[in-house]
Design a protein around this ligand. Structure first.
Ligand code: FMN
Length: 222
């Protein structure tokens, strides 16, 4: 087995009060992130998209396998095709495939089977998870904690999008198998999330949802 060389780690160093300030600032900043369903057609430079994906790719992953592929879509025809296929699935979902309880939970969000954001947003990123790796010779190797790893990378991507002053939506038309075929992806990759990226429409509104409090989500053990 190959030995990985270890190198010195240079930690960032902050005084405690600075740490408190930075963490409070970051919370305040992240608390302003919202899922956006109405996009402007205004363009975003590809350099920004590349930086966002490089950030996502710094995520930790099981055994450092980095089991993700980001499919970057700009082409209008391909976006229209994906929208059509996604809307086909969503129409079936909203007309009987989703349980009454699921539809009830979605009602406050005001979502339906129409997905304009898939053609309005200047960029669509389809995140693929690699259930296993396969080299050019067709030899397979394992990936580990694939869902956790790709989920963390997506969280970092969503944060980077927000940091750049752009918006996204975590979109999961279900089932998503149609994407693999439309994007001609290999057997070892499965669709994970669709993220439209761009600017919010000026007239955009968001559901008035509430976030759980710290007391709701954290338990402290003495
Ligand atoms: C895994 C996942 C899947 C989601 N799928 C969809 C989706 O398909 N369509 C949609 O409109 N919103 C989707 N959302 C967005 C959620 O509705 C949204 O995150 C939630 O209502 C909280 O709102 P916020 O993101 O503005 O804080 C999804 C979110 C997650 C994390």
């Amino acid at each position: 087995m190959e030995e990985t060389q270890h190198i010195p780690y240079q930690p960032l160093k902050f005084e405690e009060n600075e740490m408190i300030e930075r963490s409070a600032f970051f919370y305040d900043f992240m608390n302003k992130r919202r899922s956006i369903r109405f996009f402007s057609r205004r363009d975003v430079p590809v350099e920004v998209i590349n930086n966002l994906l490089k950030t996502a790719s710094t995520a930790p992953s099981g055994a450092n396998k980095q089991p993700w592929t980001f499919c970057v879509i700009k082409n209008d025809e391909l976006k229209a095709k994906i929208r059509e296929l996604a809307e086909n699935e969503e129409r079936i979902n909203y007309n009987g495939r989703m349980s009454d309880r699921w539809l009830e939970d979605l009602a406050p969000l005001g979502t339906d089977a129409v997905k304009e954001f898939l053609t309005d947003a200047p960029w669509i990123i389809v995140v693929m998870k690699k259930t296993y790796d396969q080299n050019q010779a067709g030899e397979k190797s394992n990936n580990y904690y694939v869902n956790e790893s790709v989920g963390i990378a997506c969280g970092m991507l969503i944060s980077a999008i927000h940091f750049a002053g752009l918006v996204t939506l975590t979109h999961t038309p279900s089932p998503m198998n149609f994407i693999s075929k439309a994007l001609n992806r290999p057997e070892n990759e499965k669709p994970y999330l669709i993220l439209p990226i761009g600017y919010a429409l000026e007239s955009c509104t968001v559901p008035d949802i509430k976030r759980k409090t710290l007391g709701d989500v954290a338990i402290y053990y003495a």
